[in-house]
Design a protein around this ligand. Structure first.
Ligand SMILES: [Zn+2]
Length: 507
């Protein structure tokens, strides 16, 4: 519903994050960039080794990353939903070598393998949320939100992001696409990849890009005496040239994906929720600039005109897509544009409006748009538009991401299709070719749940096993060591309360 919490991320302190330059592509499958790298993540080093890069003398060694994964771990006796859409298979073993799935079949536990008997539990790929705001959190009321936006520092937001990242991972989400925040999002991504803090693999947009006074302009309604007008550094520009510069700046600071505001939004002040914002010419320039750098574009879009114009400009996903019609749907199908529907947050914000927690402006917009969003989701699903799972977590509490499943299923989506949206389809949207399915040679991102998600999709809200890149973060029982070595545990500094075999899920 928004790019990030109203007023909470206006970046007077953006320079704070410039002291550390990371390659913006680490672990994203987008490619290798070695220009201006001072520090690489372990994942990036694996993909793009730089033997000439050595720690400077006297530099303390960082904590060991959790990506130093199990030598061999075999998950035994699982009911497998592999994310491809195939029917579940019972009595399956999954063998994990390091951070990869190496075999799927029967009796895979050879000598030396550590085993975990899942006793018939349902196993699925680690879930993917294509629309989060990891550094944001609901403030509880509009005045509290404004106060937070004025008082908070970048450090405050980053520390909250660290807590949110852990909640998200323990909720079974092993990958997220963070679409709109600040360049601190790239710092959180890199800290997770380096093993400093536990969390999902992140693709980040940094600042969302939009027009002066639009949904992405986080100084709307705030005192002009406190805040300078935002510019390309905060993603704000007018005209193709300024917006190209805004795209280049986000990429320079590590953006994996570009997020734009094609229309107004609910939680921004003073803009009509359905009103078109960026012009077709501006969006074409943004998409061209992003594509030249190998980045995809996600477009926040509620209103019909803005949706059509964004799709025509070549964006890869429409976020929210609240007012669709046959024309917009046929354009999306023709172009292969994904819809990221965020239907749970629509209802969440609708309830917040009824409870008096929003500004009068936002409340009116929330009540207007939520029913339309649900209706558009149903139209898009029936029409066969590609749907990727996304939640807008940050508008509601992180860790509740899986509530989106129940909302989608209540609106008529088959449970298996909801699962595909959060696994295979979301991975396709994110451009992660070896993630989102339980297949040989895919990244070992795996969760397990008690119960049957095809009969009761809400069981996905309570994962009992969470494995990311072969590392076990939560387990229903202690894995049994073979004659080999126990799986590596997440570094104590990275995940102080999670470990292999701690006797139960910790979340
Ligand atoms: Zn959002």
């Amino acid at each position: 519903m928004k790019s990030h919490a109203l007023g909470s991320t206006y970046q007077r302190t953006a320079r704070l994050c410039l002291g550390i330059l990371f390659a913006g592509v680490a672990g994203t499958g987008i490619g290798c960039t070695h220009t201006h790298i001072e520090t690489q993540t372990p994942e990036h080093q694996e993909v793009c080794p730089l033997p000439e890069q050595r720690a400077k003398p006297g530099t303390p060694a960082p904590p060991q990353p959790p990506s130093v994964a199990a030598p061999v771990l075999v998950l035994q006796n699982v009911r497998l939903i592999d994310g491809s859409g195939k029917a579940p298979r019972d009595g399956v073993d999954i063998r994990i070598d390091g951070d990869r799935i190496s075999a799927i079949g029967q009796n895979l536990a050879g000598p030396g393998a550590t085993t975990l008997d899942l006793q018939g539990r349902t196993v699925l790929p680690g879930l993917i949320d294509a629309h989060t705001h990891m550094l944001s959190e609901p403030a509880g009321s509009f005045p509290a939100q404004v106060t937070r936006g004025v008082q908070e520092t970048q450090a405050d937001r980053v520390l909250r992001g660290v807590v949110n990242a852990r909640k998200t991972l323990m909720a079974g989400f092993t990958t997220v696409r963070n679409v709109g925040g600040s360049d601190a999002d790239a710092s959180l991504r890199d800290a997770i990849a380096a093993g400093y803090v536990p969390g999902p693999r992140m693709l980040v947009a940094n600042h969302a890009i939009g027009m002066t006074g639009g949904h992405c302009d986080h100084t709307n309604s705030l005192s002009r005496e406190l805040f300078d007008p935002p510019d390309f550094r905060q993603g704000i520009g007018d005209g193709p040239l300024q917006l190209r510069k805004a795209v280049r700046h986000q990429i320079k600071l590590g953006a994996d994906v570009i997020k734009i505001c094609a229309t107004g939004g609910v939680l921004s002040q003073g803009d009509g929720v359905g009103a078109p914002q960026l012009t077709p010419e501006e969006m074409r320039a943004i998409v061209d600039e992003a594509n030249r750098a190998g980045r995809k574009v996600a477009a926040h879009a509620h209103g019909n005109q803005g949706i059509r114009e964004a799709v025509a400009a070549g964006v890869h996903s429409i976020e929210h897509g609240s007012i669709l019609d046959k024309k917009a749907i046929s354009m999306m199908k023709r172009n292969g544009t994904f819809l990221v529907p965020t239907v749970y947050v629509g209802s969440f914000v609708e309830q917040a409006a009824k409870a008096g927690k929003l500004s009068p402006d936002s409340a009116q917009k929330a009540l207007e748009i939520a029913p339309k969003m649900r209706n558009s989701f149903q139209m898009a699903y029936k029409s066969g538009v590609k749907i990727a799972f996304g939640t807008d977590a940050g508008v509601f509490s992180h860790g509740d991401n899986a509530r989106e499943f129940s909302t989608m299923v209540k609106l008529g989506m088959r449970p298996m299709d909801a699962i595909i949206a959060a696994t295979r389809s979301a991975a396709e949207l994110l451009g992660l070719a070896d993630t989102g399915q339980i297949r040989e040679q895919f990244v070992a991102d795996i969760i397990a749940v008690d119960g049957d998600p095809l009969a009761d999709i809400s069981v996905l809200e309570r994962p009992v096993l969470v494995i990311k890149s072969g590392v076990v973060y939560a387990s229903p029982a202690p894995p049994q060591a073979g004659t080999g070595v126990l799986p590596s545990q997440p570094a104590a500094a990275a995940a102080p309360t999670t470990s292999v075999g701690a006797g139960g899920p910790q979340h």
